[in-house]
Design a protein around this ligand. Sequence first.
Ligand SMILES: *Cc1c(COP(=O)(O)O)cnc(C)c1O
Length: 502
Amino acid sequence: MIKHYDQTIFDLSKAGRIGYFLPDTNIDYEMILDDMPKDMLRKSPLNLPEVSENMVVRHYTNLSNKNYGVDTGMYPLGSCTMKYNPKINETVAGLEGFYNQHPSWPLSKLQGSLSMLYDLQNYLKEITGMHAISLEPSAGSQGELTGLMIIKKYHELTGNGHKYKIIIPDSAHGTNPASVNMAGYEVVELPSNNLGKIDLVALEGVLDLDVAGLMLTNPNTLGIFETDIKRISEMVHQVGGLLYYAGANMNANLGITRPSDMGFDIVHLNLHKTFSTPHGGGGPGSGPVGVVEKLAEYLPTPIISKDHSGYNFEEPKHTIGKIKQYYGNFSILLRAYTYILTMGYDGLKNASKLAVLNANYMLSRLKNHYRQPYPGYCKHEFVLSGLIPTDKSADMTLDKTEDMHIRTYDVAKRLIDLGVHPPTIYFPLIVEQALMIEPTESESKESIDNYIDILLQIADEAVKEPALLLDAPINAPVRRLDEVSAARRPILRYDAKRSPHE
Ligand SMILES: *Cc1c(COP(=O)(O)O)cnc(C)c1O
């Protein structure tokens, strides 16, 4: 059951309360109304809440306090890299010269912005080792689709249009198979071995001349580095396939290894993960795509180029076309550019080292209390299982006939009660009851220790007081939701007739 939710702004409304002042004007509204087509006139008054200024301010401030974000606390979503968003990024994105410009201005007036985009292309080339970069895609998933369209066009124009298969390991991010389907390719799923890595024998078994490419994340979504990557890339290239790096999360690799060193041909980056730009509800995304030299002529248009006359737009010879209006999510690109300049080479490299250190510190303190499905050290993230057998004698109210286990879902809800955000849960799919944790480099030892202590407390409660977990959350604005209805039939409009209990 859903706990009573706070009043809406409409419930606070009383006729005559106002929170604004408008000066008198000499506009003759009657005359304007006479000129309007009658069927366009509103028949009944607009149902707006009537509230005072302080009621509005308090209402929305209280609502915002119910939210949880990287500005409130640690947010260790594995794979999604919820690192801190430095405020200097916002300051730069808010500079008048940037936010007051319009993308339809002539290029001569946009030279400053184009030089920023040009430099960012170069920084990302350096970081990935790729030959050319497109800043256009506005999400990791759109970057994937862009990359796959490039793979397709390349094969078509080089006499290999018959290729129709893309290989993806079973640990892959869910967007990978979705993008493959959207690009018109067929997915071939590759099982991982018992170390959580690509099984080379299984790979050998699925490679043939119909393979257009292989998509991979490295470290993979288990937080494990694919140490056979050079061999994997040789094998895929031998059958004429291309290697796609789902590099949304590059947080273990900055300044340490590059997709080009590993033999990849195409990579996308998520600026809203690795490069500290806002994420999820916090703002639009950005998923630049980089390619090796032979694929540069297929990139989306335009690419920013530079010659003696200044910065220009260039259309790659065999471009797959335009995939986003104007030039990518400009203000997000600007934030990532600011982050890279703030950090510098040493700073970025240090961020990756710290991200890996923080993850291994957490893993080492947790692995004796939560089952670790794949042994060994991790990179920037790790996966545990939230399936914990309970002590059946602990709580008389529980039904002893059931197989008594606490599940990841219960652990996640209890974390909310104890004041922190749960990690990624139920992903990757190959781990039963997965808890996927990525602390990032931006957390202090104190906040990491606090999170670990809470997880240890929960592991203890799971055995001794499982009801605490099964009832959770009790401290959140809402209790356990009917998640299917919440996703399929969300209620997005105020309805005075509906009670807040529904
Ligand atoms: C996050 C992620 C994606 C998807 O990125 P979006 O911007 O959410 O579309 C793809 N691949 C990997 C490995 C990811 O971590």
